[in-house]
Design a protein around this ligand. Structure first.
Ligand SMILES: NC(=O)c1ccc[n+]([C@@H]2O[C@H](COP(=O)([O-])OP(=O)(O)OC[C@H]3O[C@@H](n4cnc5c(N)ncnc54)[C@H](OP(=O)(O)O)[C@@H]3O)[C@@H](O)[C@H]2O)c1
Length: 298
């Protein structure tokens, strides 16, 4: 397939590019830093600096992963505007470019996040649960709606409601590892809230499945079938590194330091990948096993 990827230079995008190149696909990556695309994504990848330079040869598929980092800075009014523009407005522009192209892509996979569901205690969250009435809920709802508009072009749309993607090469785990290695890992709040995670290998496996399966459409939770509490997550990571993790970061302190962004650490989301399982996807890593995740060849 000829595939256009936005956000292809990021943590998930780079891994996806490697997997798709291995599969023999022809890739174009839309990037604000086109000069870095070949180094980051692979020498065979074609950089695209702007949607206006959309090539005449049609794309069979588009994978939309771009978005300003959600956890990097405090959610001031300006930062919220950047987070929304880089997802909602950017997706609207992408779908408009698909519409202008002579042949719209057969499929659009568009990133979203389980932050859509808000703070939901012990409830199991399938894909039919509504969006929360908070900043992240509204952001994900509008991001998904912008992608769904491609359905009017006859494009099959899948929404990748992604949980915490775990791999030592990036994302949350790369941020946590230095502190945990020093024995400074900490339980967050009371630790009873649920964290829905997914191994990078399963995120890739599911994404490739949704790309190829012509019957797959709509929202999919990209999360492992067995979410864990935050306390269990902390204990498992510290245990795998043979380090203590006695410290506790109180919820009030996290809220004072991070503002509303603390919900990324404290919200309880017990997601179930109901639709992926119903579609026949078999998880390679259904259970959280940091021993395996941190092994040199993982
Ligand atoms: N990683 C996770 O655990 C996780 C969980 C839930 C949802 N997600 C979502 O999945 C997507 C990919 O995640 P990731 O971890 O790979 O993200 P990432 O490493 O931060 O990469 C995102 C990419 O988006 C582009 N980007 C960054 N800031 C931008 C801005 N202001 N305007 C336009 N584009 C911008 C960048 O590409 P260029 O510099 O090449 O333009 C960057 O490489 C994101 O939308 C993220 O919200 C990720």
């Amino acid at each position: 397939m000829r595939i256009l990827i936005t956000g292809g230079t990021g943590f998930l995008g780079r891994a996806l590019c490697r997997a798709l190149l291995d599969g023999g696909h022809a890739l174009t990556v839309l990037s604000r830093r086109p000069d870095s695309v070949r180094r980051l994504c692979g020498a065979a990848v074609t950089p695209l600096a702007a949607l206006e330079a959309w090539p005449s040869e049609p794309f069979d598929a588009v994978v939309n992963l771009a978005g300003a980092p959600i956890a990097a800075r405090r959610w001031s009014a300006d930062r919220r505007a950047v987070l929304r523009a880089s997802r909602v407005a950017a997706t609207e522009r992408l779908v408009a470019a698909c519409a202008r192209a002579g042949h719209p892509p057969a499929v659009l996979l568009s990133a979203s996040a389980i932050g859509l569901y808000g703070d939901r205690g012990d409830a199991w969250l399938g894909e039919d649960e509504p969006a929360a009435d908070d900043f992240l809920g509204g952001l994900c709802r509008d991001w998904e709606a912008a992608a769904q508009a491609a359905g009017a072009l006859g494009t099959r749309v899948c929404l990748l409601r992604t949980g915490l993607v775990l791999h030592p090469s990036g994302g949350l785990l790369r941020m946590l590892l230095p502190a945990f290695r020093l024995g400074l890992g900490a339980r967050l709040g009371n630790g009873r809230h649920w964290q829905s995670w997914i191994h990078l290998e399963d995120w890739l496996g599911l994404t490739l499945r949704l790309l190829a399966d012509g019957r797959a459409e709509g929202a999919f939770n990209l999360t492992a079938p067995e979410p864990v509490t935050q306390a269990a997550f902390t204990a498992a990571l510290a245990g795998a590194l043979r380090r203590p993790a006695w410290a506790v970061a109180p919820a009030g302190l996290l809220r004072a330091l991070l503002g509303e962004r603390a919900q990324l650490l404290l919200a309880s989301q017990r997601c179930t990948p109901r639709r992926a399982v119903a579609a026949g996807y078999r998880f390679r890593h259904p259970r959280l096993e940091f021993g395996k995740l941190l092994a040199p060849n993982s």
